[in-house]
Ligand binder design. Structure first.
Ligand SMILES: [Zn+2]
Length: 291
């Protein structure tokens, strides 16, 4: 195995345009009808940042949906969603147990005590690094049988390769943390080919596997009542495919085509600032131009 496994994340770090000083949502000055639709849509949209500490912030994209970005050091996205019955769903996790704890503290401050359910989109640490804390706190963590298997078989190998991407004194803090993050498998497994439907009151969440993509086990998580698709790392938010070491380049574009059946206002990639539905075609065009 070469050391390019996490190169896609490096590429994002290099190419990332952080929207520093991003526009704060203007306060509502006039009463309006109930807002059911997203606050705003589009590739250039800046959402208000809620800063949770170094490298960790939220963007609120709807009243009931927050994108979590954790740059440790490579920015990666996860999601917090409030369901119709008041339960919360976490799609993906930040990299570290510490960041996961910070996010859970924010959740309790913002929403109060709620039932929380987590779903892992894959076995890489940017998908499930918070599992140790979630499981210790009694939060059920759903993931595919393949994700659990790959974590057991390849987790430590991917850790070593990631550590290889963190050389020198400047990375010492990240290196130490990544060397110690417990890689904990999801504790509620489903057969990946069957996917998973979770029901919260009248609202459903669909976990869908379109076949192997950027890694063999990536799944997407669809929120039909919110028109949000968490594409995770199979949806590309930057300008390059980056790491294709574990990728199935033949199936990946076909898999992305399958995502077009979802009605979406937002598509959240594993990495990158863009959150618009155009990311589906953007991903396909990047893959087509990747040798
Ligand atoms: Zn990733």
């Amino acid at each position: 195995m070469n050391r390019n496994v996490f190169l896609h994340q490096i590429v994002f770090l290099a190419g990332m345009a952080f929207s520093a000083g991003c526009a704060v949502q203007p306060p509502q000055t006039t009463p309006t009808t109930t807002i059911e639709s997203p606050i705003a849509i589009g590739p250039e949209t800046d959402f208000a940042h809620i800063d949770l500490g170094e490298g960790l912030y939220l963007r609120q994209i709807r009243a009931d949906a927050f994108v979590v970005t954790h740059a440790f050091p490579w920015p990666a996205n996860s999601l917090i969603l409030e369901m119709e019955n008041s339960d919360l769903v976490l799609a993906g996790t930040p990299y570290t147990p510490e960041a996961m704890e910070t996010v859970l503290e924010w959740i309790r401050g913002h929403f109060g005590e709620r039932n929380i359910v987590a779903v892992n989109p894959g076995y890489h640490v940017d998908n499930l690094g918070g599992n140790d804390v979630l499981i210790k706190q009694g939060i059920p963590v759903y993931g595919s049988d393949l994700t659990a298997q790959m974590l057991a078989e390849r987790g430590e190998q991917t850790r070593q390769m990631l550590l290889g991407m963190l050389p020198g004194a400047a990375n010492e803090r990240y290196y130490k943390a990544h060397a110690e993050i417990p890689y904990v498998a999801p504790d509620h497994l489903f057969p990946i080919d069957q996917g998973l439907i979770l029901t919260f009151g009248t609202e459903q969440v669909e976990v869908y596997y379109p076949g192997p993509t950027q890694a063999p086990d990536k799944v997407v998580i669809y929120f039909p009542a919110k028109n949000i698709l968490f594409g995770s790392c199979m949806v590309l938010g930057g300008d390059k495919a980056g790491n294709i070491h574990e990728a199935d380049m033949a199936n990946w574009p076909k898999a992305i085509e399958k995502l077009k059946r979802f009605n979406v206002d937002f598509v959240v990639p594993g990495h990158g600032d863009r959150l618009d539905p155009g990311l589906i075609d953007h991903t396909i065009s990047i893959l087509e131009s990747t040798p």
